[in-house]
Design a protein around this ligand. Structure first.
Ligand SMILES: Cc1cc2nc3c(=O)[nH]c(=O)nc-3n(C[C@H](O)[C@H](O)[C@H](O)COP(=O)(O)O)c2cc1C
Length: 144
């Protein structure tokens, strides 16, 4: 069964809420295993086992949230070539989080779906619907 890992780093729970809603959408697709984890709790095995990885991180002080650093460092030493990736996250104004994650995943040799899913501040109903659909679309695509 194909595996989709949804991993987030979130300071105030907004990107976490996005991740949870992406996972809800993905879980509506039968035949795809969905893993939802905080970046701090993610093991190398979680990454290695995944066919697709959706990585979410918000922006603080014009940079991707620092809580994503240890995981990205770990991923740098892994063979991720050919895995599918997509970035998501909440931010306030400058929004460096998504482009930073996207560039890192591309550098790892992953096939990255762009432009990623960006939401301003607290995700509203419409934003959460986008998250749900992004999860469902990714999971459905993995079955092809
Ligand atoms: C101290 C602080 C610094 C922030 N710096 C930025 C920033 O430089 N650029 C930006 O786009 N958003 C910035 N934000 C906004 C957050 O990215 C935004 O509130 C986001 O919704 C937080 O999501 P999270 O709960 O997943 O961490 C900052 C927020 C705080 C509290």
């Amino acid at each position: 069964m194909p595996k989709l890992a949804i991993i987030y780093a979130s300071g105030m729970g907004r990107t976490k809420k996005m991740a949870e809603t992406i996972a809800e959408g993905a879980k509506t697709v039968d035949g795809v295993e969905v893993l939802l984890k905080d970046a701090y709790d993610t093991s190398a095995e979680d990454i290695r086992d995944a066919d697709a990885i959706m990585l979410g991180g918000s922006t603080y002080n014009y940079k991707l949230i620092k809580a994503m650093d240890p995981l990205l460092k770990q991923m740098k030493d892994m063979d991720l070539k050919g895995k599918v990736g997509m970035a998501f996250g909440s931010c306030g104004w400058s929004c460096e989080g998504i482009p930073t994650i996207t560039k890192r995943m591309q550098a790892f040799g992953m096939r990255v779906i762009e432009p990623g899913l960006e939401i301003y501040q607290v995700p509203d109903k419409e934003g959460l619907e986008k998250c749900f659909h992004a999860g469902r679309t990714m999971a459905a695509g993995m079955k092809n």
